[in-house]
Design a protein around this ligand. Structure first.
Ligand code: FAD
Length: 465
């Protein structure tokens, strides 16, 4: 790092190999990966050191056993407050039914602040530097290429120059509004209506809840939203809800309170913490790279759009971006082409799956909630679980016939669901052919958009993108 100190009224300029904006999951994994490779990296975080890592979240962490080695599960484990959770409990009051559905893979409910601190420690140990109280306000660009950011650090103006800027600033990141992306394929087809607004409280109850081994889900009154009850311990529960912003706004705090009041286990409960935020419930960015610039995690839409789970995607995105950036710096070439491999790895690992899952989100927008819940109540739990996480489920003939029998009265919806699954499968197959360079990207995107037209036609919904 080199410094040019500013005199009174001027800006202090520092030069780094990489500047990472945001000390969340994605930013920490990116910073740790780059620092471990021996490069100078600074993480700019708008929150104070005490508040950093305090993120609005349901605290359900999935698949940490496979997280990138650079900050391994063992470093995060002290934040795991409940590892007994192994299934989802879907409460369908309209049907007077509770579905117990297995959740595949490893799962923990975490103390989110402690988890956030452990991530920061992981990046610090790898050699990254953190600047707290530092709000990034602008992006510096020379021609096409992003060459740094401007920020206010503890009230002082600063410029951070770098070979690459990583945008890990989370959902609705302001950085992407400031970059001129006209000469690259970076995805700018992003609109607030593709996001969800969500709110959660941490509440303490006197007696252990009976469902401390489950993630509890419940549909909200309107479609495209759900309430959750995730047990951090038997008596400390993360309760929250969210809705897709294309829908009429919900009164999140009031709606949550109403549900809490209706549940005897929350009588006399005390609220320990409250937070709300937006989260991307959309397909991942088609491309998240531009010369000198890479977006990771929520800033690039790396969230499972049906569950809202984004910590795992953020961890992988951070590590993949970090590895690609190191390669680019070593080749002295931070072009879109050189950074492109990062897009491919994301799409290959989970991006295609999330894009396919988004098709079901789109379907829900156009569906009748009562119809849908009745149908879900008639479906086999393990197959639902497979569909929720893999983007596809193979249902054998025996199960198909059983479902058909149980769901009589909802065959219209079942047919719609079947057709939607066909569209989702086609899309998943198309993402398997994600191009290996920006040159082939426009044609891939054109074909993908054709598949999306078929999705809107099948689901009878307005275009989401
Ligand atoms: C209510 C809610 C519940 C959720 N529940 C779950 C769940 O149960 N499980 C799960 O896996 N995921 C869940 N998610 C999603 C998950 O929280 C995110 O996907 C994940 O935190 C994304 O990590 P990230 O590093 O990309 O962004 P973030 O964790 O949001 O980190 C971004 C960081 O950037 C900083 N920042 C932003 N702008 C600037 C700026 N201009 N200058 C400097 N710093 C800046 C922020 O302060 C923040 O620290 C939930 C999200 C919400 C909102």
């Amino acid at each position: 790092m080199s410094t040019t100190a500013g005199s009174a009224g001027t800006q202090t300029e520092t030069t780094w190999d990489v500047v990472v904006v945001g000390a969340g999951t994605a930013g920490c994994y990116a910073a740790a990966t780059i620092a471990k490779a021996g490069y100078d990296v600074v993480v700019l975080e708008r929150k104070t050191e005490t508040e950093a890592g305090h993120i609005a979240c349901g605290d359900a962490l999935k698949g940490a056993d496979g997280f990138p080695d650079v900050i391994p599960k063992s470093a995060l484990e002290p934040a795991f407050t409940n590892t007994d959770v192994d299934h989802g409990r879907f409460e369908l009051p309209q049907e007077d039914t509770v579905l117990e559905i297995p959740i595949p893979g490893e799962l923990a409910v975490v103390d989110r602040l402690e988890y956030g601190k452990r991530l920061i420690d992981g990046a610090l140990e790898a050699g990254a530097e953190f600047h707290y109280d530092t709000v990034v306000t602008d992006v510096v660009q020379e021609g096409d290429r992003v060459t740094g950011v401007e920020a206010i650090r503890k009230g002082e103006s600063r410029q951070y120059d770098a070979s690459v800027v990583v945008d890990g600033a989370g959902s609705l990141s302001v950085l992407q509004d400031m970059v001129d992306f006209s000469e690259s394929t970076f995805d700018t087809n992003v609109d607030f209506s593709q996001f969800s607004s969500a709110y959660r409280e941490i509440v303490h109850v006197d007696d252990p809840v009976e469902w401390s081994d489950a993630l509890v889900f419940k549909p909200t009154q309107r479609s495209a939203g759900y309430l959750w009850y995730f047990p951090r311990t038997e008596t400390e529960i993360n309760v929250g809800l969210g809705f897709q912003m294309s829908e009429e706004p919900m009164k999140l705090v009031e709606d949550l309170k109403r549900d809490l009041r209706s549940r005897p286990e929350f009588e006399g409960a005390e609220v320990a913490d409250k937070l709300g935020a937006a989260l991307p419930t959309k397909r991942p960015h088609d491309s998240a790279v531009h010369p000198g610039f890479v977006a990771v995690g929520d800033a690039a839409g790396h969230v499972n759009p049906t569950t809202g789970g984004g910590m795992a995607g953020a961890a992988y995105a951070g590590a993949y971006a970090g590895q690609q950036i190191v390669e680019a710096i070593e080749a002295d070439d931070v072009s879109e082409e050189r950074l492109w491999r990062y897009n491919e790895r994301v799409m290959d690992h989970y991006g295609g799956r999330f894009a396919a899952l988004d098709v079901y989100n789109i379907m829900v927008m156009g569906a009748d909630l009562d119809e849908l819940t009745s149908l879900i109540a008639a479906m086999p739990g393990d197959k639902l679980s497979e569909a929720l996480y893999s983007g596809s489920a193979n249902v054998g003939w025996k199960v198909k016939l059983e479902t058909l029998f149980k769901s009589r009265g909802h065959w219209g919806t079942l047919w719609d669901l079947y057709q939607t699954k066909q569209r989702a499968d086609e899309l998943l197959a198309h993402y398997e052919n994600y191009p290996s360079s920006p040159d082939a990207f426009p044609e891939w995107q054109r074909q993908r958009d054709e598949l999306m037209e078929a999705v809107y036609e099948t689901t009878g919904t307005d275009p989401k993108y």
